[in-house]
Design a protein around this ligand. Structure first.
Ligand SMILES: NC(=O)c1ccc[n+]([C@@H]2O[C@H](COP(=O)([O-])OP(=O)(O)OC[C@H]3O[C@@H](n4cnc5c(N)ncnc54)[C@H](OP(=O)(O)O)[C@@H]3O)[C@@H](O)[C@H]2O)c1
Length: 337
């Protein structure tokens, strides 16, 4: 087509057609050929007794992406909710995108860990299975999830590295394609990814990282984009108690668009082509978090400016302690890059 005719048509095409407002289930492509829904329900710290109702409500309200982990110790109840909505015909299993994660004390037992999560969640397969942290911990320590030495330091398993764990996940998906549709990582910095990619046969489909205007992790986001690794953002509201709801720049944008601050914080990730996980056990908030808007370049720049004036802030700390020793230390303990 004639370039000036093209320009003429583009200039007159409504913004809503060129940049359609993302919805909670906008499918975002993964490097496996599958897609991941833009918004997922988080389940970390969703207490037993609350999480079944939360997941049930979320799926009834249209959520199709549920983020789980063995370490959250609530997969049994999440599974009850999933089983219930499927039985009642609200949704088919294949319409859901279910993620779980292999915990640090299971790095040498990934097949056992996968089966535990499948059994608890009462599903035949996971859409995505992630290495929760690139840190193997002693599987025979004094606690099955958080083993410690007598001096209180974390009991890290130095006999294996995250590369060994990734190899085990590659073997797992090759041997069990009916049980795992994609494998990925979480909490990986650029340096850890570089180490992993140098040795991997399968590129991780996803890197799930803490991500919000106070922790943009642009270097990780850009590196993953270049390598075809999708970013899923966690703790987008600032985690426990949603502290980012008080941020003035976020509040100003919320006022401008006549939406809640959560809508601005969640939409920030869709503008970056990431998916995003929001946790709530409150039905009204689960509903509210579905609302997403398109943020323009200037608005994204306002959000990007927040960490420059307030400093970078991490709300979720590694479970092995900030100064713990680290297997195969590519860059010490600093996972944020
Ligand atoms: N891979 C990893 O290592 C990792 C680490 C952390 C998190 N994650 C995943 O990411 C998910 C989300 O992160 P997150 O749980 O840390 O934090 P988050 O989603 O940023 O924030 C959750 C907090 O915000 C509150 N909240 C939610 N919606 C709200 C609303 N509309 N208005 C006011 N408050 C609201 C929640 O309280 P109520 O529940 O009372 O509404 C809760 O206190 C997790 O649940 C988990 O699935 C993964």
């Amino acid at each position: 087509m004639n370039p000036s005719l093209c320009k003429f048509i583009l200039a007159r095409t409504p913004k809503s057609i060129l940049h359609p407002t993302p919805t909670m289930n906008t499918p975002i492509p993964l490097n496996t050929g599958a897609t991941i829904p833009a918004l997922g329900l988080g389940t970390w710290q969703s207490a037993p007794g609350e999480v079944k109702a939360a997941v049930t409500h979320a799926i009834e309200a249209g959520y199709r992406h549920i983020d789980c982990a063995f370490c959250y110790q609530n997969e049994d109840e999440v599974g009850e909710a999933i089983q219930d909505v499927i039985k009642r015909g609200i949704v088919k299993r294949e319409e859901l995108f279910i993620t779980s994660k292999v915990w640090c004390t299971f790095h040498t037992r990934v097949e056992e860990a996968l089966q535990k999560s499948l059994d608890l969640l009462k599903v035949d397969y996971l859409d995505l299975y992630l290495m929760h942290w690139p840190v193997p911990m002693n599987p025979k320590g004094n606690h099955f999830l958080f083993p410690k030495h007598e001096d209180g330091s974390r009991d890290i398993d130095y006999s294996v590295t995250h590369i060994d764990t990734w190899k085990a996940l590659e073997k797992l998906i090759k041997e069990n394609p009916a049980k795992v549709k994609a494998i990925g990582v979480a909490n990986y910095s650029v340096k850890y990814l570089e180490k992993l990619l140098a040795k991997s046969e399968i590129t991780p489909a996803v890197n799930q990282i803490e991500n919000h205007p106070l922790l943009p992790q642009q270097e990780v986001v850009d590196f993953c984009k270049e390598k075809g690794i999708h970013i899923t953002a966690y703790s987008p509201l600032g985690s426990t108690g949603s502290p980012l709801f008080k941020d003035e720049a976020v509040l100003a944008l919320a006022k401008k668009h006549n939406v809640g601050p959560g809508t601005v914080l969640l939409s920030y990730h869709l503008a970056r082509n990431s998916s995003v996980l929001a946790k709530s056990v409150n039905p009204a908030r689960i509903d509210e978090n579905r609302k997403l808007i398109t943020l323009d370049e200037k608005e994204m720049a306002d959000l990007e400016a927040i960490h420059k004036t307030q400093g970078v802030t991490r709300f979720v700390y590694p479970p092995f302690g900030v100064n713990a020793g680290f297997p195969d230390k590519p860059d010490g303990i600093d996972l944020s890059g």
